[in-house]
Design a protein around this ligand. Structure first.
Ligand code: F6R
Length: 607
């Protein structure tokens, strides 16, 4: 998604803007641009493609006030004319989000003589602010008046060459934070862009507008009331967002999973029992009364919810539904005030998940829990309970370590719910906790399979399609494996519960359709084996990720890779790792942009 960096400082801020944009590259973008105040003018540079190209084009620019942007196209194709900043009169604006009433604004502003030169919704913000400057010459007031007309989700940053030394920013629905430093003040879409200048950050709330000068920041609401927001010291370490010795962030993040799991599970401590308090001080009371769990999430995060459904129903005996957030938010559903609504999100800013959570609350369901990797995110702030996964920053667009840490968090939720419902003996509890503690070691052993997986990947790279099969709690793992393959290698991949194959998809099976199967040694193994035989009998090529003791023999058309360890209920957390490695290596062979796959963005803050 789009990224914003803005600065008002005492010295040249162009290198800060460029470095900030580089740090936001992971969010996904197709063009970039910046605008600075240059005497009685706005100097604007925009380019399609990488930030590095913008940096070369801006090499001779120096200024103390400016805004910069990476654009992920929503309205209008990726092109220089659609790239931000957009200029109107003396002002320039960058924007993240979507303005829903832009067509109405565009018609109105065109009627008043404003000429549009792009296809974006953002340009209507620029002209609207310019029009409001005719009503009140103060930039802050003009932006405030403009915001009162905007419908949608947005974060914006604005400069005006007539009011040098000042940036005005506003937030409604899209993330934006301020960075406070001795030599100037800054704004950005996330803290990683500002670590180069400061760790002191202020998270803006929805409906906040702020004026940044080199001397300070002034925050007010859209109605003009001044507000104070606390300064947080960002704990993000520069090393956590460096690539180090790895080729790609995705590879780094796959290999960080043992540490990410260990950090996430640190909350359990060294004991043999866990308490509801790990989800928040109120958790014991709030969860005791829960009779159903509704999980809301998108993409990979929804797959972790689907695995959890098997755990929650089998171990805790609590009924559970998992809904894709973009569907739930617009569906007429039957509310249940005793239902726990769990929002799962790596970023905590996904527009659909946030809207679904708000929709659930508006229906009177206020027992809410966020499982999230970003402590200060909107989703965390809007839930009664929270569990912060400690995966560290996830930069690669394809989610990996966020997924496995979400699974660990959801397993803890299962144990807490099972305890509260008297479904877990002390012995079972301590055995599960032991298995959780062993996860980092078990994942490490699976990572050692990388070389063998690389060999498989070479055979896949020429394929156009692939089928992923799983059963039970490993069906969502097959879904996640298929999603990983399609998003970074662009191979069309579908996942099916293995038992469903004969009801249609079997027609697709031939020599050119590799079938990847997750085959743990569990109660469904024999059923799965029969499903696989059906594939083999139709000439299909099977690639099976089995457990060391899953009795599936290698034969013509059946390739087996055995995972060294498996942990019963926790097996999905292990079985996803080879599938992540497989898609990573297929993408490497195909030469795709692994960390920034085409058309995708990391944090999907628009609908
Ligand atoms: C896939 C992927 C996406 C995200 C989805 C939700 O690899 O990363 O499917 O899982 O966009 O994002 P979060 O978890 O930030 O809400």
């Amino acid at each position: 998604m789009c990224g914003i960096v803005a600065a008002a400082a005492a010295s040249n801020i162009v290198p800060v803007l460029i470095e900030g944009l580089k740090k936001l590259e992971y969010r996904g973008y197709d063009s970039a641009g910046l605008a600075v105040i240059a005497g009685e003018n706005i100097r604007r540079i925009r380019s399609v493609g990488r930030v590095a190209e913008l940096a070369s084009a801006a090499a001779d620019v120096s200024a103390v006030t400016g805004i910069a942007h990476t654009r992920w196209a929503t309205h209008g194709v990726p092109s220089e004319r659609n790239a931000h900043p957009h200029v109107s009169g003396s002002i320039a604006v960058v924007h993240n989000g979507i303005i829903e009433n832009y067509a109405e604004l565009r018609a109105e502003l065109t009627a008043h003589g404003y000429q549009f030169t792009s296809d974006t919704d953002t340009e209507s913000i620029a002209h609207l602010i310019a029009a409001k400057l005719n009503v009140d010459a103060d930039l802050l007031t003009a932006v405030r008046l403009a915001c009162q007309r905007l419908v949608g989700a947005y974060a914006i940053a604005v400069i005006d060459w007539r009011q040098p030394g000042k940036v005005v920013v506003a937030r409604e629905g899209s993330p934006l934070l301020l960075g406070v430093a001795a030599d100037g003040n800054y704004a950005a879409s996330d803290a990683s862009a500002l670590l180069q200048v400061t760790r002191d950050v202020i998270y803006l709330e929805n409906g906040d507008i702020a004026e940044l000068t080199p001397q300070g920041v002034r925050i007010s609401l859209f109605d003009g009331t001044l507000v104070e927001r606390p300064i947080h010291v960002s704990e993000l370490s520069p090393a956590a967002i460096e690539l180090g010795a790895y080729r790609h962030y995705m590879q780094k993040e796959i290999f960080e999973q043992p540490a990410a799991l260990a950090n996430t599970l640190e909350i359990v401590g060294g004991g043999k029992t866990i308490q509801p308090g790990i989800f928040g001080a109120e958790a014991g009371q709030l969860l005791a009364d829960v009779d159903h769990i509704l999980i809301l999430a998108c993409g990979t995060s929804s797959h972790s919810g689907l695995v959890a459904r098997y755990w929650l129903e089998a171990i805790a005996g609590v009924p559970c539904t998992v809904e894709v957030a973009s569907e739930y938010r617009y569906r007429t559903s039957v509310p249940n005030p005793r239902q726990l609504v769990v929002a799962i999100s790596q970023s905590g800013e996904t527009a659909d998940t946030l809207a679904a959570l708000r929709h659930a609350k508006a229906l009177g369901q206020d027992k809410t829990l966020a499982i999230c990797n970003v402590p200060e995110s909107a989703i965390v702030r809007e839930c009664a309970l929270r569990f912060i996964t400690r995966a560290g920053p996830e930069i690669g667009v394809a989610s990996t370590k966020a997924f496995t840490t979400q699974l660990a968090a959801l397993f803890l939720l299962t144990l807490v719910m099972a305890k509260l419902r008297q479904r877990l003996s002390g012995e079972q509890e301590s055995a599960f906790i032991e298995q959780l503690r062993h996860l980092p070691v078990a994942v490490n052993k699976i990572l050692e399979l990388e070389l063998a997986i690389e060999i498989w990947a070479k055979r896949f790279a020429s394929k156009q399609h692939a089928l992923f099969l799983g059963r039970g709690r490993h069906y969502p793992i097959a879904m996640e494996g298929a999603l990983k393959l399609k998003e970074i290698s662009y191979i069309h991949a579908e996942a099916y519960p293995a038992g469903e194959l004969k009801h249609g998809p079997l027609a697709l099976v031939d020599r050119d359709m590799p079938v990847i199967s997750v085959a743990p040694n569990d109660a469904l193994l024999d059923k799965l084996k029969s499903n696989l035989e059906v594939v083999q009998a139709r000439g299909g090529e099977l690639y099976v990720f089995a457990d060391a003791d899953s009795e599936i023999p290698e034969s013509t058309g059946v390739h087996i890779l055995r995972l060294p360890e498996h942990y019963g209920a926790l097996s999905p957390i292990l079985h996803i790792v080879p599938l992540q490695l497989l898609s990573y290596h297929v993408a490497l062979v195909k030469g795709t942009d692994v960390d920034k796959p085409r058309n995708l963005a990391k944090s999907v803050t628009v609908e």
